[in-house]
Ligand binder design. Structure first.
Ligand SMILES: *Cc1c(COP(=O)(O)O)cnc(C)c1O
Ligand SMILES: [Zn+2]
Length: 424
C-alpha cells in the first residue's frame, strides 16, 4: 500500500515531501488506496474504537487513522486528543430556522476551540514524520492558535502571519500564549497568505495552511465522526461556513471516500455558506465563472471567513458538484442574529460559525430545504474566541446591525427593591 500526492489540475504524481503545489501550480490531493482499504476498514472497526483509552484512538481524528494517514507510525502522531465533539439539538434553533431535524456539530469543542485542530493534528504529525523544525501559516486567527499549540506540543517552532488589527482577541492571545512567533502583516488575510507562500519555501518553513493536503485529510474526520454519530445514516444536508474553503474541500473528499468504501449508501448535499461581504466563491459558483472572481476588500464581522481570494476554491467546487450541493451567502445581520439564537440556546459559537445556521434558515425560507429534512450545521468555533463581537451586539454597538435578540445588562442600586423591579 502506498500514498500518492497527485495534482488536481494535470493529474501528475508528486513524490512525498514538503511541496504543496504541482509544477503546473495546481493543488495536491492525498490519494488513498481505496481498493486495499476496503478490506481493512469497516463500520465495526471504527465503532470498536469509540471510547477507547488507547493512543491514538481516543482522538476523533485518529480513530479513523486508516482514512487520515494510513502509514504514519504512532511515534510521529501529535494529538491532544482532538475531535469527539458533540451533536446538539435545540427547539429554539429549530424554530428559528423552521427546520425540525436540525443538528449542530460543535467543532468549537476542540482543544484550541475550533475545527482547525483536526487538520492541525494531521498536518503537524506529517511535519514530524518529515523531521521539520519550523512550521508556518497565514491565519485569520484560529489556524494560528491551533498551529501554535500543536507545534509547541511537538517541540517545533511556529511562525504565524496574521492581518494586523483584523483578528479576534481570543485568537491573538492564544497564538502569543502558546509561543508562536507572531508576525502582524500590514494588509489583509489574502496579503498574509501570499507572503507566507512566497517566503516559507525559501526560508524552509513547513507550510500548514489548508493548501497543505494533510490539513484536508485531518478535517475529513468532521464528516467521519458526524456520520458515525448518526449511526452511519447520513443526514440530507451538511451546512458549513466557508472562508478559505478547506472544510468544504475536505467534506467532499470525505463523502467520496465513504461512498467508495461502502461505509455509507447515500451522499448528503453540502451547502457552503459565505458572508455577503466576502463572497467570491458564491459569485463564482452562482455565475458559473471559469475562474475565481476574487473580492478585493472583503468585509464582514465574521473575521474567520473574511477572505477575498480563497486558495482551495477548485477543490471546493469539486465538492459542490460531487454532492449536488450549492453555495449561499448571508449578511452580517443574519449571522449575528443567528449567533444570538445559538448562544441563547446555551450552545454558543463565534460569529463565522453562525453562518451555517443563518444559511440553513435562508435555504429553508427559499424552499430549497424542506422542513422535514435532516440537516447538520457545522459550528466551527468557540463562543470565547470573539467576546467583543458578542458584547457589542448585545449593547447595540455594531455598525449597520440592529440586534433582534439583544440582552443588555442593567446597572441597579444594591437593594432588594431594585432587584424586584428588574425581575418582575
Ligand atoms: C477557518 C474557519 C472557518 C472557515 O473555514 P474554511 O475551511 O477556511 O472555509 C470558519 N469558521 C471558523 C471558526 C474558522 O476558524
Ligand atoms: Zn499539475
Amino acid at each position: 500500500m502506498e500514498i500518492e500526492l497527485k495534482c488536481i489540475e494535470c493529474g501528475r504524481s508528486v513524490g512525498e515531501g514538503t511541496t504543496n503545489r504541482c509544477e503546473c501550480g495546481g493543488l495536491l490531493d492525498v490519494i488513498l488506496d481505496l481498493d486495499s482499504l476496503r478490506e481493512r476498514v469497516s463500520r465495526k472497526l471504527f465503532n470498536s474504537r469509540l471510547g477507547s483509552r488507547r493512543f491514538p484512538y481516543r482522538s476523533g481524528v485518529w480513530r479513523f487513522r486508516e482514512l487520515i494517514n494510513p502509514l504514519i507510525p504512532d511515534k510521529d502522531i501529535v494529538s491532544r486528543p482532538e475531535g469527539n465533539t458533540n451533536l446538539y439539538r435545540h427547539e429554539k434553533v429549530e424554530q428559528y430556522t423552521g427546520i425540525k431535524n436540525l443538528f449542530l456539530k460543535h467543532e468549537g469543542e476542540n482543544p484550541t476551540g475550533s475545527f482547525k485542530d483536526r487538520g492541525m493534528t494531521s498536518g503537524i504529525s506529517e511535519a514530524k514524520r518529515l523531521r521539520m523544525k519550523v512550521v508556518a501559516c497565514a491565519s485569520t486567527g484560529n489556524t494560528a492558535s491551533s498551529l501554535a499549540s500543536y507545534a509547541s506540543l511537538a517541540g517545533m517552532k511556529s511562525v504565524v502571519f496574521i492581518p494586523e488589527g483584523m483578528i479576534a482577541f481570543g485568537k491573538l492571545s492564544q497564538a502569543m500564549a502558546y509561543g508562536a512567533r507572531v508576525l502582524q502583516i500590514k494588509g489583509n488575510f489574502d496579503d498574509a497568505m501570499s507572503l507566507v507562500q512566497e517566503s516559507s519555501h525559501e526560508l524552509k518553513m513547513y507550510l500548514l495552511n489548508s493548501i497543505n493536503p494533510w490539513r484536508i485529510e485531518g478535517q475529513k474526520s468532521i464528516i467521519f465522526e458526524l456520520i458515525q454519530q448518526f449511526d452511519w445514516e447520513p443526514p440530507d444536508w451538511v451546512i458549513v461556513p466557508a472562508g478559505n474553503l478547506g472544510n468544504t474541500s475536505a467534506f467532499g473528499k470525505a463523502f467520496h471516500e465513504l461512498g467508495e468504501l461502502e461505509l455509507i449508501d447515500e451522499i448528503p448535499r453540502i451547502a457552503s455558506i459565505q458572508a455577503s461581504g466576502a463572497d467570491p466563491f458564491y459569485k463564482t459558483w452562482k455565475e458559473n465563472l471559469p475562474r475565481l472572481e476574487a473580492v478585493e476588500n472583503p468585509e464582514t464581522i465574521a473575521t474567520a471567513i473574511k477572505i477575498g481570494n480563497p486558495v482551495s476554491w477548485k477543490k471546493a467546487l469539486r465538492t459542490i458538484k460531487l454532492t449536488n450541493g450549492l453555495v449561499e451567502e448571508v449578511t452580517d445581520q443574519e449571522i449575528m442574529d443567528s449567533k444570538a439564537v445559538i448562544d441563547g440556546s446555551g450552545i454558543g459559537c463565534e460569529p463565522a460559525s453562525a453562518a451555517s445556521v443563518a444559511g440553513a434558515k435562508k435555504l429553508r425560507e427559499s424552499g430549497v430545504i424542506d422542513k422535514n429534512e435532516r440537516v447538520a450545521c457545522i459550528i466551527t468555533g468557540n463562543i470565547l474566541k470573539d467576546p467583543d463581537a458578542t458584547i457589542n451586539y448585545h449593547l447595540s454597538k455594531l455598525k449597520k446591525i440592529s440586534p433582534r435578540f439583544a440582552n443588555k445588562p442593567t446597572v441597579i442600586e444594591p437593594t432588594t427593591e431594585a432587584v424586584r423591579k428588574e425581575i418582575d
